[in-house]
Design a protein around this ligand. Structure first.
Ligand SMILES: NC(=O)C1=CN([C@@H]2O[C@H](COP(=O)(O)OP(=O)(O)OC[C@H]3O[C@@H](n4cnc5c(N)ncnc54)[C@H](O)[C@@H]3O)[C@@H](O)[C@H]2O)C=CC1
Ligand SMILES: O=C([O-])CC(=O)C(=O)O
Length: 312
């Protein structure tokens, strides 16, 4: 198994670190545009191999796409992160060009790969990759829901005083401060609805905190988060390369599912060796469907920027 991570910054390096620790690949290429940066990060990580006892061989390269040839999975994290006070959507101007050119270069050497898009604004960057790559839709997957659902579980566990691992909780919609939809009415604590244990005020606060989870960390740190984003991406990679068929919220192309078409939004999908293999219908309530449609409208408006800029 060969995996490439593009972008050796905070998220890309953390994702690579998680992939190596879990030994998800024999060969892991870390690629960045900044001279020597990926090489340095790769050597630093390789120097943990003796301590952490993994066998994955990590190689860093500067813009050398030939080194990525025949990767079975490629993770794209290249691009600017937001600063405090910014929305993810404000990154589109710079990141769309980066994601498009990275995708083109990757496909020259790995034409049948599975691409996981992390760069923001993720819903629109995943749509761009779907449109510009020509890959079958099941092989283009956005990372956002895995992270947002993990944050949702964090906030629930803090309020319930329980282990996040005992929770089932899912976020769908868009990966934006106002577009994500934490499905609190579907969330359970070892199969008991969490709504049985939480007041309406507590529920509303958990949902609101989850939605701005990324912005909260950006304000605290000065740039956006990377530990949970890196782990969330590796979690998806693991389900694909080990063919685990986990049900994970991911950004995927919708063709009528959840009432939407010609858009990438986050919905629960089964992830396995073929990429996303099945969209699972959660049977939304009328209110949840209305929120989903509103998120779709906002994401579609961002997607239109791509056409206006001749990127698709
Ligand atoms: N979807 C999600 O849930 C999340 C998305 N993100 C997004 O991931 C992206 C990366 O975030 P960080 O790692 O924190 O940023 P960072 O600035 O630490 O790393 C980005 C890296 O991309 C590299 N890069 C820029 N242009 C490139 C190109 N053309 N080819 C190859 N490499 C290139 C830079 O040199 C830099 O090392 C941002 O857009 C951020 O908003 C971050 C967290 C979660
Ligand atoms: O908040 C950001 O800009 C980065 C991101 O997508 C997240 O951490 O959820």
């Amino acid at each position: 198994m060969k995996i490439t991570v593009v972008g050796a910054g905070a998220v890309g390096a953390t994702c690579a670190d998680n992939i190596a620790r879990k030994e998800l690949a024999e060969e892991l290429i870390l690629l960045d545009i900044r001279e020597g940066f990926a090489e340095g990060k790769a050597i630093d990580m390789m120097q943990t191999a003796a301590l952490l006892e993994f066998d994955t061989k990590i190689k860093g390269v500067t813009n050398d796409y030939a080194a990525t040839a025949d990767s079975e999975v490629v993770v794209i994290t290249s691009g600017l992160p937001r600063k405090p006070g910014m929305t993810r959507e404000e990154l589109i101007g710079v990141n769309a060009g980066i994601v498009k050119s990275v995708t083109e270069n990757i496909l020259k050497h790995s034409p049948n790969t599975i691409i996981i898009v992390v760069s923001n604004p993720m819903d629109t960057m995943n749509y761009l990759t779907l449109k510009s790559s020509g890959l079958p839709k099941n092989r283009v997957i956005g990372m956002g829901g895995a992270l947002d659902s993990a944050r949702f579980k964090y906030y629930l566990s803090q309020e319930l005083g329980c282990s996040p691992a005992d929770l089932n909780a899912v976020v769908i919609g868009g990966h934006g401060d106002t577009t994500m939809i934490p499905l609190i009415n579907h969330a359970t604590w070892n199969s008991i609805p969490v709504t049985q244990f939480l007041s309406k005020e507590q529920q509303d606060k958990i949902v609101a905190d989850t939605m701005v989870g990324g912005a909260t960390l950006t304000k605290l740190i000065g740039t956006s988060a990377w530990y949970a984003p890196g782990a969330g991406t590796a979690f998806m990679v693991e389900s694909i390369v080990r063919d685990q068929k986990k049900l994970i919220s991911c950004g995927v192309a919708l063709d009528g599912e959840y009432g939407q078409k010609d858009i990438s939004l986050v919905v629960p999908v089964v992830l396995g060796k073929n990429g996303w293999e099945k969209i699972v219908d959660f049977k939304l309530t009328a209110d949840e469907q209305a929120s989903f449609n509103k998120s779709a409208d906002a994401v579609r408006a961002m997607n239109n920027v791509l056409a206006d800029s001749n990127l698709i």
